[in-house]
Design a protein around this ligand. Structure first.
Ligand SMILES: C[S@@+](CC[C@H](N)C(=O)[O-])C[C@H]1O[C@@H](n2cnc3c(N)ncnc32)[C@H](O)[C@@H]1O
Length: 234
């Protein structure tokens, strides 16, 4: 079982469900939707009958997956924030997604029970330490069947120093004030801005995924490396 992240992460996500998607779309100029679609395309290639989106929040990635799932595939979606899950449940999923309350580090599922585990824009949240991140990825590995696929979509450290400088400036000067203004959550968007700047580059994240027991780890950078989608096999 992975080390649990602080209660502050739950508190932050209790403050933002109403405006969470709007703020993301504005701050990324709508790119987040395109990044999720690309990750979902990658994820759906695995086929199988049981897919899980961890840290699903308001369920946007679960929605992308459910549109790509065949009739015999059940999409599960887990999060430890009940306010975020309540927001997700307002979407017209028509019973195509099974929502579950659960923490990423101790998922309420048995070993080898999923073909796919995906996570989008939440790896920064579980990265309370490198050890905690490895342990949580191990938990994902535990519930995947041998040959199952792990897909991780997250912001990334761009390889270009110029783009990095622009991104850091943008995080400090725009993300924090704009997110706080729209959502009313100062803590939430200070946290976002901080974790955005300090997160791993795509190669480092690949090493962490390997350390958690996955093989065939590969990644695709998107939009100058501001985001990356990793795929790995159990
Ligand atoms: C930034 S949101 C991402 C939501 C969604 N995946 C997306 O693509 O927009 C992070 C979500 O992860 C959830 N979360 C963070 N840490 C978690 C943990 N340890 N276990 C379960 N959920 C967690 C939060 O409650 C929040 O809903």
């Amino acid at each position: 079982m992975a080390e649990a992240p602080g209660a502050d992460v739950r508190e932050i996500f209790a403050e933002v469900p109403g405006t969470y998607e709007l703020v993301n779309h504005i701050m990324t100029f709508g790119l987040d939707m395109n990044w999720r679609r690309r990750a979902a395309n990658e994820a759906s290639s695995v086929g199988g009958s049981r897919w899980l989106d961890v840290c699903t929040g308001t369920g946007e990635m679960a929605a992308c997956l459910s549109r790509r799932a065949g009739p015999g595939t059940t999409v599960f979606a887990a999060d430890f924030s009940l306010p975020m899950l309540r927001k997700a449940l307002q979407k017209p999923f028509g019973g195509r997604v099974a929502f579950v309350a659960g923490a990423a580090g101790a998922l309420p599922f048995s070993d080898g029970s999923f073909d796919l585990v995906s996570i989008s824009f939440a790896t920064r949240n579980i990265n309370v330490s490198r050890g905690a991140l490895v342990a949580t990825f191990r938990e994902f590995n535990r519930i995947l069947r041998p040959g199952g696929l792990f897909v991780n979509l997250e912001t990334s450290r761009p390889p270009s120093r110029f783009i990095r400088t622009l991104l850091h400036l943008y995080a400090r000067k725009s993300v924090r004030p704009l997110g706080s203004f729209i959502s009313g959550s100062r803590a939430g968007y200070s946290y976002l801005s901080r974790t955005l700047v300090g997160f791993y580059g795509a190669e480092d994240l690949s090493s962490i995924i390997r350390e958690a027991g996955f093989s065939q780890v590969s990644f695709r950078r998107m939009t100058w490396g501001i985001a990356a989608v990793h795929r790995a096999v159990k």
